[in-house]
Design a protein around this ligand. Structure first.
Ligand code: GDP
Length: 325
């Protein structure tokens, strides 16, 4: 095993914006080794007061919609505005494909070498506290390291969107024009969660289709109630290839931020997110703790069998367990 990292060195490195030490710190928080986890908790406590000032933008959409091309173009635009941009990419299937999301070297060619950018795949699968728990912590470290914009990218294939929505300030859904909702696997629920929609690939012969799609989605969103904050999600179109509309996407996010900050909902959402991360992790830890008790695991598996076979109903099975606690 490598020697344990020195927390002071990591904290100072992060606060000085040292990318190599930031990377090491993220590796530390991603470790499942109990000694590393204890150190990671200390590290996070130390940097927490310096985090929180960034805008956290979640981005999702089906494979092929243009997420990485968009992030490249959007990220470079932000860097042009003097921002520091961190991209954390979650691949829900990373345990199977070994992190294919960033395996492709052509992804984000310019951004990956830009001095004010930091791109990192986020270890997800199997981590305690859910798919995005470590991503949330990695985001806090990036913020403490001075990144103003944290982009959290996930492949839109199901559960991960809900979780990403839970760790970002603005949740952006990328859509293709004319592909149909069904084809894109976009469930209504995901559209309801989005703070903004962007139709990608609005260039060349596709511009007109993108414009029609914008009207259609704007109409569809109009039928949904506004978010609890009073924000009405907006739809825009862009081309990550010719850069048109990219500026407008950031303008949408800035408008959203102003709206949320002025009505206090920006803070409310973050507080809810902190609490939900805490509760979720606590539930899991308590559950694991209970499971480690003598015989409980076996008892549960025998009940699971009985419930699956229809020999016992779920409620009475749970009562059986409750009696033993
Ligand atoms: P991801 O799977 O969502 O990350 O999608 P990619 O960013 O890898 O893009 C998928 C394909 O769409 C690639 O061949 C891109 O070159 C292409 N693409 C992405 N954005 C645009 C765009 O704005 N315009 C056009 N014409 N093609 C694009």
């Amino acid at each position: 095993m490598r020697p344990l990292p020195d927390i002071e060195i990591l904290v100072n490195g992060i606060l000085n914006g040292d990318i190599a030490l930031l990377s090491r710190a993220i590796t530390l928080i991603e470790s499942t080794h109990p000694v590393h986890q204890a150190l990671a908790a200390k590290l996070l406590d130390r940097v927490l007061p310096y985090s929180g000032k960034a805008m956290r933008i979640g981005i999702t959409g089906v494979p092929g919609v243009g997420k990485s091309t968009f992030i490249e173009s959007f990220g470079m635009h932000l860097i042009g505005l003097g921002k520091k941009v961190a991209v954390l990419a979650i691949d829900p299937s990373s345990n199977i494909s070994k992190g294919s999301i960033l395996g492709d070297k052509t992804r984000m060619e310019q951004l990956s070498v830009a001095p004010n950018a930091f791109i990192r795949p986020s270890a997800a699968a199997g981590s305690l506290g859910g798919l995005t728990y470590k991503t949330r912590e990695a985001s806090l470290l990036c913020e403490a390291a001075g990144f103003d914009i944290i982009i959290i990218e996930t492949v839109g294939v199901g559960q991960s969107e809900t979780e990403v929505r839970n760790i970002c300030d603005f949740f952006l859904l990328l859509m293709l024009a004319g592909a149909g909702d069904e084809l894109q696997g976009i469930k209504r629920g995901i559209m309801e969660m989005a703070d903004g929609l962007v139709i990608t690939k609005a260039d060349g012969a596709n511009v007109q289709k993108a414009k029609s799609a914008r009207s259609e989605y704007a109409r569809a969103l109009h039928f949904l109630p506004p978010h609890v904050s009073g924000w009405y999600p907006e739809v825009s179109i862009c081309s990550s290839i010719d850069g048109s509309g990219i500026e407008a996407v950031y303008a949408m996010i800035e408008k959203f931020e102003q709206h949320q900050v002025s009505n206090g909902y920006f803070e409310t959402r973050r507080k809810e997110q902190n609490l939900s991360a805490f509760r979720r992790l606590l539930r899991e830890v308590l559950y694991q703790h209970l499971l480690s008790r003598n015989g409980l695991k076996e008892h549960i598996s025998s009940l699971e069998q009985a419930v699956a076979d229809g020999r016992q109903n779920p409620y009475s099975a749970v009562l059986d367990i409750q009696k033993t606690l």
